[in-house]
Design a protein around this ligand. Structure first.
Ligand code: BGC
Length: 732
């Protein structure tokens, strides 16, 4: 079976792949519904019921096979014992690594390094493929502007351009140059769409997103994944503007397939088809199957609504054409992956799982993901005068938590913690006094404080490792309070009283409100959940072997009440002119000074998008836009000088933002359009160039068409979203 298949075959409407058309012609309705059904596996033992379902063609895919043997066993039944011998496709959540765990996706996004992110996804694909996984449920490219939402950890952050670059890189890494590349897997861009905009950050919450914003912000990363060739998409659990994403034909048929020409298949999220009953959008389970199938959901994950499809077709409630189209898409992806030719997972001659190469990618990615938020008096990197350190806090030596959320397969035993890395690195030169202070991040037990304080007293520097445990972020982990859980903050207050300098490293799955934490410390690093090699990566930065270069992919609020807070917001008619807050007692009720701000907190974020320090400092100057005006369709070069003004080498992420001054739809105060990691030796100056076309300056107009309008655009370059070096470009 199986013949060469190219993209045009796949795209041709109505098929064009003889094998698939032949199969379709022979399939019963039950077998067709089977190809549209994915079942979960919960146990290592395959049940007789499951085997029967495969033999009878009532299932086309499984998620979470427990072993290669189980996978191959089921596949054998499919390709040898079922009537049409159609291979199964096996999926799994491989979100940020398989056994070698990379930083959580939010951390990966902080690297601003799509090439390295692509290498990590390729490594994850190789390990997953070795374990018999054909298809991974990643990347998650939901724009997340609300750190209360636990799944912000799995996202690429708040910005559509950054998330688009990262999502596309992950797709390329997972899938390779073309589907079916040996050692690669199918990717799945999720959750289409708008899921990250859940009201109040509450998991599964309603989303209301005007179409203009939807297209410009929430859909942009999905479009980039489709352009990168992603083979599958997953729908969201959310109700989007009154229509659940899983029953949303505007999204799936009009935009995804109609406008973007997506030729892969769409899978529902787990149970999201039948959940439309509780949304109040459909009456019952069969009705949910009608609506999802007609909206364009080709495969159902986790529930049984699609088992009703044969009956629904007989009743005339679903068109046979709709079913055939869905099955054709599923079979086409199986074909493109080569499953008809190579249905079985075969052991590799040499295993790549947890290989040195993968671990070194994990270390490099973790290093680049960590963001230096503060470094008063240049206390970091730790100098030769440091002879003893106190290592304190629940996150210094927790091999499981550092892996982060959604890492089912990561092994704590393979993790290297900070404490282990410090012990290896410091040898006998530096004394380490280790005391946890608190047993875990959430406890209220203060009985370990005393030992921690004693350890601090003996040390030249206190290294504190605090944060969130892995299981406080990810799915269904919304939080209403974003401070350090438990009594970690109190522990830091006590340590501060000892008087030794404190370097705090926060390991967490989301931005936390850490203003006070940073006040207590001389230096602060944000390490996210850094994965298997998190320990050595953090130590590489603390010791200065590598300078920090991570940049925040999301704004950090000062207080939960500021959320949502993101850099690319719209202006108001009364923008804040000062950061000052507070109204003196007795202030009269007149409109003097009425501005868009808060009376109880500064209007700015604690740390802005794109922000991150280095051990060096960088200067941006001599910005030139050539030409400085042009017609629609033209392009311009934005050139500037970048200087490492410090005395150590370093990397800064040069960022280019634009602002459309006047438009027929109000525009964000800034939008990221380009970035590049630039490595500069000390004292080195280099010219950096970015090319922009007028297309980059367009937006979705009131008529829902993408439009480019004449006018003046501000251009800013610099090291974060407050970049001050400006010039203009005019579209004539
Ligand atoms: C999540 C998906 C995930 C799926 C399968 C769902 O609960 O929303 O992101 O891929 O489960 O595990």
């Amino acid at each position: 079976m199986g013949q060469a298949l190219n993209g045009s075959d796949v795209r041709s409407a109505g098929g064009g792949v003889p094998l698939i058309e032949e199969l379709l012609a022979r399939m019963t309705l039950v077998e067709k519904a089977g190809q549209m059904s994915q079942l979960p596996i919960f146990q290592a033992e395959t049940t007789a019921q499951t085997i029967d379902a495969v033999r009878e063609g009532r299932v086309g895919s499984f998620l979470n096979a427990q072993s290669v043997e189980q996978r191959n066993g089921l596949q054998r039944v499919a390709v040898e014992e079922s009537r049409l011998k159609i291979p199964l496709i096996f999926g799994r959540d491989v979100i940020h690594g398989y056994k070698t765990v990379f930083p959580i996706p939010l951390g990966q996004s902080a690297t601003f390094d799509p090439a390295l992110v692509e290498r990590a996804a390729a490594a994850a694909a190789a390990e997953a493929h070795e374990a018999g996984i054909d298809w991974v449920f990643a990347p998650m490219v939901d724009i997340a502007r609300d750190p209360r939402w636990g799944r912000i950890a799995e996202s690429c952050g708040e910005d559509p351009y950054l998330a688009a670059r990262m999502g596309a890189a992950m797709v390329r890494g997972f899938q390779g140059p073309q589907p079916g590349t040996p050692g690669r897997v199918a990717a799945c861009a999720k959750h289409f769409a708008g899921y990250g905009a859940a009201e109040a950050g509450r998991e599964y919450g309603t989303t209301c997103i005007p179409e203009q914003l939807l297209r410009e912000v929430y859909l942009a990363p999905f479009k980039a994944c489709v352009d990168a060739g992603v083979l599958t998409l997953m729908t969201g659990f959310n109700d989007l503007n009154g229509v659940p994403a899983t029953g949303n034909d505007l999204l799936l048929e009009n935009i995804l397939r109609g406008e973007w020409g997506f030729a892969g298949f769409v899978v529902s999220d787990w149970g999201s088809i039948v959940e439309m009953v509780r949304h109040g959008f459909v009456e019952d389970e069969p009705h949910s199957a009608v609506v999802a199938a007609q909206a364009g959901v080709d495969m159902e994950m986790g529930s049984g609504a699609y088992a009703n499809l044969p009956k629904l077709v007989d009743q005339g409630r679903v068109a046979l054409r709709t079913i055939d189209e869905a099955v054709r898409r599923v079979l086409t992806v199986k074909h493109r992956l080569g499953l008809f030719d190579r249905p079985y997972a075969e052991p590799r001659k040499v295993s790549v799982t947890l290989s040195n190469e993968h671990r070194s990618v994990a270390r490099e990615l973790a290093r680049e993901s960590i963001v230096l938020l503060k470094n008063e008096g240049r206390i970091l990197p730790l100098g030769p005068h440091v002879k003893s350190i106190a290592v304190i806090g629940p996150q210094a030596d927790d091999p499981r938590d550092q892996l982060g959320c959604w890492s089912f397969d990561g092994e704590a035993a393979a993790s290297l913690t900070v404490l282990a890395a410090l012990r290896e690195r410091c040898g006998r030169d530096i004394q380490i006094h280790h005391a946890k202070g608190v047993e875990d991040c959430r406890t209220h037990d203060r009985s370990g404080f005393g030992a921690a304080i004693e350890a601090a007293k003996k040390a030249d520097v206190v290294l504190a490792f605090v944060g969130e445990p892995a299981n406080l972020s990810g799915e269904c982990r919304s939080r209403a309070f974003l401070d350090l859980p438990g009594v970690q903050q109190e522990l830091l207050e006590c340590l501060a009283e000892v008087g030794r300098p404190i370097v705090v490293t926060v390991l967490a799955g989301r931005p936390l409100t850490i203003g006070r934490t940073c006040e207590l410390a001389q230096a602060a690093l944000y390490a996210w959940h850094p994965g298997t090699m998190g320990g050595p990566a953090i130590v590489d930065l603390l010791t200065g072997d590598v300078a920090p270069s991570g940049k925040l992919p999301v704004s950090f609020p000062r207080a939960v009440g500021q959320i949502p807070i993101y850099y690319n917001a719209k202006n108001t008619g009364r923008p804040a002119t000062s950061h000052a807050r507070g109204i003196p007692i007795g202030t009269p009720l007149d409109p003097e000074g009425f501005e868009s701000s808060y009376i109880d907190v500064d209007v700015t974020p604690e740390f802005p998008f794109g922000f991150g320090l280095s051990y060096s400092s960088f200067e941006y100057f001599d910005l030139r836009v050539t030409p400085s005006r042009g017609k629609i369709g033209s392009s311009a070069t934005i050139a500037f000088q970048m200087k490492n003004a410090g005395d150590v080498p370093g990397v800064d992420v040069a960022q280019l933002y634009v602002r459309d001054r006047v438009a027929t739809v109000t525009r964000p105060v800034r939008e990221l359009k380009r970035f590049e990691r630039v490595s500069l030796a000390r004292g080195e100056t280099r010219t950096i160039e970015f090319a922009l076309t007028t297309q980059d300056l367009g937006f979705w107009g009131r008529d829902m068409r993408f439009t480019v309008e004449p006018g003046v655009f501000d251009i800013f370059v610099g090291g974060d979203s407050r970049a001050g070096l400006g010039a203009t470009f005019e579209i004539e």
